[in-house]
Design a binder for this molecule. Structure first.
Ligand code: UTP
Length: 290
């Protein structure tokens, strides 16, 4: 089985749920306490053994490229001032992995964004897909990308990371019908895009982290745009299942936050602040809660 070496991060969406903050800057660069959201996603990928990060960008996303690039002036100035800790921190970001960028000329859907990067993936190569919004924290356990890769290595199938959501929230997600194989994973029997609670086959939702195989990419290439003109990864999954091919669902371990949503972003910030901010931050959070 081919080692999973690459991850595609499609971040060319409009970020309409986070206006006005995202009018002129990418939502993926908004800091979760002290670190841009996208850096957490890249760190998980690197920790899971991914060597090449392919970021699909669009308008207003320049800051992402600068963040993962080296910054000569800043490094020089930190060196001159003897700020060695800060220098190490800044350098470690650009040294994490090899970064490549592809531009999606128009926001024609998440599936279209992935296809913009397809030329950088070999014909026989599996690839991890990480959307920009969902952060998973699983201190001392396997991170979300490790969970995806583990299930892929066990089965050889595409993998969708799943989380049980509140029944009233099914209409925000792709929802699956899952036949459990063990406590961690199951085989997906059906995938329904954003069903109303009474139409949902379960409350297990796809959370923006996937592992796709060369065969699934071939399906994506054939997927037609929907009525809104967008090509979606979810439709490729549906067509794959319709041909009786198997996709695994992995139940995620850890706490997940949708940082594309204002409350989810706030919760993620509080999570990281309480872990990194020490007593002072924890007291501030408590005081606020009273
Ligand atoms: P979302 O559906 O969450 O859309 O995209 P969005 O535009 O980012 O956010 P809102 O809903 O308008 O606030 C899922 C993922 O696919 C990317 C997004 O950047 C996100 O990571 N995407 C979506 C693209 O790269 N291109 C697209 O055309 C659409």
């Amino acid at each position: 089985m081919k080692k999973v070496r690459k991850a595609i991060l499609p971040v060319a969406g409009m970020g309409t749920r986070f206006l006005p903050a995202t009018k002129a800057q990418p939502k993926e660069m908004l800091p979760i306490y002290d670190t841009p959201a996208i850096q957490f996603i890249v760190e998980d990928a690197v920790e899971a053994g991914i060597e090449e990060i392919i970021i699909v960008t669009g308008r207003n996303k320049r800051a992402i490229e600068d963040h993962f690039d080296s910054n000569f002036e800043l490094e020089y100035s930190l060196e001159q001032k003897g700020k060695t800790e800060e220098l190490k921190l800044v350098k470690s970001i650009s040294d994490m992995a090899s970064f490549a960028y592809v531009r999606q000329p128009e926001p024609l859907g998440d599936g279209h964004a992935i296809l913009c990067a397809a030329a950088m993936i070999a014909e026989d190569e599996p690839v991890v897909i990480l959307f920009g919004d969902d952060l998973v924290f699983n201190k001392d356990g396997k991170n979300a990308v490790q969970q995806l890769i583990e299930t892929y290595e066990e089965t050889g199938d595409p993998v969708v990371l799943l989380e049980a959501v509140r029944p009233e929230d099914t209409s925000k997600y792709g929802i699956v019908d899952l036949e459990m194989i063990n406590s961690e994973r199951g085989v997906i029997k059906n995938f329904v895009e954003k069903p109303a609670p009474d139409k949902a086959p379960s409350n297990l939702a796809a959370v923006g982290k996937y592992l796709i195989t060369p065969e699934l990419i071939r399906y994506l290439k054939k997927t037609k745009p929907g009525a809104d003109g967008e090509i979606r990864l979810a439709n490729a999954f549906m067509e794959y299942l319709a041909d009786d091919k198997s996709i695994q669902g992995r139940i995620l371990e850890g706490s997940r936050y949708d940082t594309g949503d204002k409350t989810g972003f706030l919760k993620a910030t509080l999570h990281v602040a309480s872990e990194r901010g020490g007593e002072e931050a924890r007291t501030a959070i408590k005081e606020f809660g009273q």
